[in-house]
Design a binder for this molecule. Sequence first.
Ligand SMILES: Cc1cc2nc3c(=O)[nH]c(=O)nc-3n(C[C@H](O)[C@H](O)[C@H](O)COP(=O)(O)O)c2cc1C
Length: 302
Amino acid sequence: MEDRRPKLVILYATQTGNALDAAERVAREAERRGCPVMLLSIDEYDVSSLPHEGTIIFVVSTTGQGDTPDSMKVFWKFLLQRNLSKHWLEGVCYAVFGLGDSGYQKYNFVSKKLDKRLSDLGAMAIVEKGLGDDQHPSGYEAALDPWMSSLWIMLNQINDKFFPQGPDFLIPDMKLIDQPKIHITYHSVDKVDSQSSPNSDLKWIEMQIERARSMSPGKFTHDKTTPNCFLKLIQNQQLTRAECGKDVRHFEFEIVSSTIEYKVGDILEVLPSQNQAAVDSFIQRCNLDPDAFITVSSSLVY
Ligand SMILES: Cc1cc2nc3c(=O)[nH]c(=O)nc-3n(C[C@H](O)[C@H](O)[C@H](O)COP(=O)(O)O)c2cc1C
């Protein structure tokens, strides 16, 4: 039988993944309450369909200097068109959750301007916009939880078909555990599974691992007595305010040995190394093969 319950549409716009995590959390919590969801990146959504939505949820971050994530550019440009009337989104209910950092001048700019534009186009906010802040000791989650609580109550008020058993009823977690988000494949070096990892794939993985190993300072000192080149740290200046909780620094290096060549625009990668003893004991504790390759791939849930 066809499921006639309304689907909750959740659109996210992310630059570095946090808004996706937050949107997935909203989706999971809605599903736990028996509400089917459709979770999409904002660039997968046809913005001209907006007036046909009953209810739509946005989870968007701010990047650059108050800029939209790349995936939101087309959507935002469309929404800014002057010929859209102030009645264009009449009848549409929405909720916005923003992710930002109050250490930036244009704090949560994108969620604020999206909220304003949707309202100017006639849509109705069902809850006050939520503002997640990296500066909070619990991060954006601190604002997400209370925002979601209000969201469930209001969604239930505008359409009680979203939550057939009410917004407080939770399906036990077990029933929702479905496909894992990430799939890990173990490749034993001498017992290669030719089906899941064709030889060419494995060669590529081997090359990547060798590349990573050659850059690891832990390994370096075993193989050679001296590194290839030396850089001397001549400036180390903190750019963030002392009390802001983040430590962003400007470093300047002087080349001491002559072996390094670079052009303007080249990038210096600083690779933190792990404590080898801690890594070894972790591997032993988990009974893992230290020489095995693993590949991590995503398995799409939605
Ligand atoms: C390069 C960069 C620029 C940022 N600019 C802003 C900004 O202008 N305003 C703001 O509130 N937050 C800003 N942030 C903080 C992000 O919005 C915050 O870390 C958010 O959680 C990122 O979410 P995302 O991973 O979904 O993109 C910036 C973060 C980065 C890395």
